[in-house]
Design a protein around this ligand. Structure first.
Ligand code: NAD
Length: 252
């Protein structure tokens, strides 16, 4: 389905990003995997290579403008094109009731989850405008639809990601460039394992709010990301697809 295409996935050493890289590779695309953790990325890239096709690993801290721009250039040098960009890298930030948050805790999460997504989107959009086509998918969160307790900076950042998705979608809708987002519910990954494993208040609360009574697997988010990125979603732009096992519709 995606033979000859090139996809960038940020934050792809594990979890949703790694699952997304695998599905792009399975569908025939060449994949550029970007992350801050190069050791983790090297072993993740081996897994992705098993699906066939070429894989490029890139050291890219999305909060560093130069690393983002250099990373994009590395993709163009190696593959000569970029078709799809998945801005998935992120951190959960500090879990603390709102009034107890420090400026530093707020800034750290905003700097990566919101400003980092801005930096990557801007660089990708400049390239897509120059070639007259492209497709972006951003990873937001269910938290932007139904707030989780004690996650103020994360929810602010992920709500901002939806805002940037809509804004960029409108700016470039007539330029053959689509911009969409996914809002995953609780997904079992490195980010959530420590909270979800074992008995604790937040884990129990999370499970009680999911009508399907299970967490998402990273592949269940990744399949939707690749669909939205691909030409199969050719008239979809500015949308956020909530993938949450029914959580945002109520609990039972
Ligand atoms: N797991 C969930 O329940 C869940 C729910 C909603 C949204 N999300 C979002 O999904 C995305 C992927 O998370 P995940 O659950 O797969 O967790 P994960 O920790 O497995 O993946 C996050 C990846 O981002 C990378 N990363 C962190 N900071 C970075 C930076 N500054 N520059 C580049 N890479 C960086 C990490 O090294 C890691 O590989 C995140 O944006 C997260 O907020 C996750």
């Amino acid at each position: 389905m995606l033979k000859g295409k090139v996809a960038l996935v940020t934050g792809s050493k594990s979890g949703i990003g790694l699952a997304t890289a695998k599905i792009f590779a399975r569908e025939g695309a060449k994949v550029a995997m970007a992350d801050v953790d190069m050791a983790g990325l090297a072993s993740a890239a081996k897994e992705v290579s098993q699906y066939g096709g070429e894989v490029l690993t890139i050291k890219m801290d999305i909060s560093q403008e130069k690393e983002v721009e250099d990373g994009l250039q590395q993709i163009l040098n190696k593959f000569g094109r970029l078709d799809y960009a998945v801005n998935n890298a992120g951190i959960s930030g500090t879990f603390r009731p709102f009034a107890e948050l420090t400026n530093e805790e707020f800034d750290q999460t905003i700097n990566i989850d919101l400003r980092g997504t801005f930096l990557t989107m801007r660089a990708e959009l400049k390239h897509f405008v120059s070639v007259g086509k492209g497709s972006i998918v951003n990873t937001s969160s269910l938290g932007s639809v139904v707030a989780n307790p004690t996650m103020g900076p994360y929810i602010a950042a992920k709500s901002g990601v939806i805002g940037m998705t809509k804004s960029a979608a409108v700016d470039y809708a007539d330029k053959n460039i689509r911009v969409n987002a996914v809002a995953p519910g609780v997904t079992y990954t490195g980010m959530t394992k420590s909270v979800l494993d074992g008995e604790n208040e937040l884990g129990n609360l999370a499970m009680s709010l999911i009508p399907m009574k299970r967490y998402a697997k990273p592949e269940e988010i990744a399949e939707v990301i690749v669909f939205l990125a691909s030409e199969k979603a050719s008239f979809v732009t500015g949308q956020t697809v909530v993938i949450d096992g029914g959580s945002s519709e109520g609990s039972k």
